[in-house]
Design a protein. Structure first.
Ligand code: ATP
Ligand code: MG
Length: 552
């Protein structure tokens, strides 16, 4: 990967430059801390590019840490997918993978330290009561009746929580801060709760689990993270982040900085909502090509380069906004336009018979795989008496705007000859089933000698040497730019987000690798999903159209 990609300037780079200049910090350490409760999405890619990009720029380190404090929704499938996606995006974490759960014993000891310092207590109020006592923005909180327990009693009760002496929900550990703080988060936040649930890393060792706010800052400090970057919604949690670190015996306090989340039009980025799309089978799975997950984008034909390019184009700020889909698409289009081999495909086949060729006519044409990249080589394209063209590339009558094949007129076959449509054959429903043409055999790679003008160029595939193909054409998954605004985001699902077409492609694609992407001339970019051996058919996902169709 070209490290220069990240030598962009954003406010976080400026903070780091300053910290390095005034000597606050020598070695830069960042981390990417996903919770393994879903697959990564394009928003995570923004955070990944930022954190790993900083490490690359400053020759520092970036850790991959699973923030695994809530075993209810977490599992190893998610862990594996996240590892795979980070690597696929082109990044390498520093040292071993870390887990917040690696620190459970240490975290427990820090909690005990807070109790010793009279800064934490075991509360036995119910969850509802705790919420009620917390107050609101306009109303101060109330102290819990359990707040003034002695250190000794708290130590005994906290150990009892750990030992399984309480039922779930009957006790929790809270920080003792200030029930009238302007920051609601500082009104004695819960640090530990009881959950009798097996953990994917620690099994049944624990029945108390630390909360995110308690875990995150301490994990950062243990790993000597210098800049802990998170999204803006954690801004209010920062006083708690600092309070915890300032009140335990840990040095090298990291600092938290916030940036705005990535939102993209016509999509939702919350894992809760994505989980719902998967669980309710509205999409095929986390890697459904309509999902803006990393795995969905990959299956759709997006390259890691294009995603990194997107992340550097959107930049990092503190402004909340919604990015247009056309920006993401232009990134993959730029990449594939440069790098995807060309081929021809017919989405809606119409038979053409070239009458002045013998039935067994066969000519092998040599064709470039890429117009500007000779290093991508040539391929052989068989040309025969019977070929297929796209049904919408022929009309019996048309005006001059229509640059394709019209009855009694000529058109060029891409990479081949000029043909003229002579007559059509229709079935008894009036549908055209075959166009009979003649071919000017003196027009391969050159214009007609008498200076005749042809309407345009159309693509085609030999009918003798073609591979059956299924084309999956994807549209936006939601009907509205911001589905989050709807009462029920599922009510804004676009029921026409997938259109399937059965057609043909050049036979050479039978050798295509899964996940490879082609530009089908005049149609768009397509990625090989799989080859259906039983039906001898290739299945392709449309990555993106040739041009931007969003601005319509
Ligand atoms: P969700 O709210 O959807 O569950 P999350 O923020 O809880 O998302 P995590 O797995 O905790 O998801 O996120 C890991 C990291 O990725 C965090 O540092 C988080 O701030 C960052 N991140 C998550 N979503 C986005 C986004 N849309 N844009 C930028 N960064 C994001
Ligand atoms: Mg989270």
């Amino acid at each position: 990967m070209n490290k220069m990609e990240y030598y962009t300037n954003n406010f976080i780079y400026q903070i780091i430059d300053k910290d390095l200049m005034n000597g606050r910090i020598k070695n830069i350490r960042t981390r990417f801390p996903p919770e393994p409760n879903g697959y990564l999405h394009i928003g995570h890619a923004k955070s990944i590019c930022l954190n790993f990009g900083i490490a690359a720029k400053y020759q520092g380190q970036c850790n991959l840490r699973f923030d695994d404090t809530d075993p209810v929704k977490e599992n190893n499938e998610f862990i594996d997918s996240i590892k795979y996606d980070v690597q696929w995006l082109g990044f390498k974490w520093s040292g071993n993978i870390r887990y917040s759960s690696d620190y459970f014993e240490k975290l427990f000891n820090y909690a005990v330290e807070l109790i010793y310092n009279k800064l934490a207590y075991v509360d036995e109020l119910s969850t509802e009561k705790i919420r009620e006592y917390r107050g609101t923005l306009t109303e101060l909180g109330k102290n819990s009746p359990y707040r003034e327990r002695s250190v000794k009693e708290n130590l005994i009760l906290f150990q009892k929580m750990r030992d399984g002496g309480f039922e779930q929900g009957k006790a929790c550990l809270r920080a003792k801060i200030d029930m009238s703080s302007n920051f609601i988060i500082m009104r004695d936040p819960v640090l530990y709760r009881i959950k009798y649930i097996e953990h994917h890393q620690t099994g049944n060792k624990w029945c108390i689990y630390p909360m995110y706010d308690f875990t995150h800052c301490i994990s950062d400090a243990i790993e000597k993270i210098t800049h802990s970057l998170c999204t803006l919604e954690f801004q209010n949690n920062r006083p708690l982040y600092d309070w915890i670190l300032n009140n335990i015996s840990i040095s090298d306090n990291p600092r938290q900085y916030e940036f705005s989340r990535l939102n993209l039009e016509y999509f939702v980025m919350s894992k809760r909502k994505l989980t719902k799309l998967v669980n309710e089978k509205i999409v095929e799975g986390w890697d459904d090509p309509r999902m803006l997950t990393i795995s969905g984008l990959r299956r759709r034909g997006y390259t890691a380069t294009s995603i990194r390019d997107f992340c550097s184009r959107i930049g990092v700020t503190k402004q909340d906004n919604i990015i247009e889909m056309s920006l993401l698409e232009s990134c993959i289009r730029d990449d594939l336009n440069k790098n995807a081999p060309r081929a021809m495909a017919i989405l809606d086949p119409l038979t053409v018979i070239i009458e002045n060729l013998p039935e067994n006519y066969e000519e092998i044409l040599k064709v470039k795989n890429h117009p500007n990249k000779p290093e991508m080589g040539m391929r052989e394209l068989p040309f025969n008496q019977k070929i297929w063209i796209d049904r919408n590339d022929f009309r019996e009558q048309s005006d001059n705007q229509y640059k394709r094949l019209v009855l009694k007129q000529e058109v060029r076959l891409r990479n081949a000859y000029i043909i003229r449509a002579e007559r059509v054959l229709k079935n008894n429903l009036g549908k055209i089933i075959c166009v009979y043409c003649s071919c000017d055999m003196n027009t391969l790679g050159k214009n007609p000698s008498d200076g005749r003008k042809v309407r345009g160029v159309i693509h085609w595939v030999s009918a003798f040497y073609a591979l059956s193909a299924e084309f999956r054409l994807y549209d936006r998954l939601f009907n509205v730019p911001d589905p989050n605004k709807a009462k029920d985001f599922l009510s804004t699902i676009n029921s026409n987000s997938l259109l399937i077409k059965q057609g043909v492609v050049e036979q050479q694609l039978s050798q295509a690798k899964i996940m490879s992407t082609y530009q089908f001339e005049r149609i768009g970019y397509f990625c090989v999903d799989h080859i259906d051996l039983k039906k001898a058919k290739i299945v392709l996902n449309r990555t993106v159209t040739l041009r931007d169709n969003w601005q319509k």
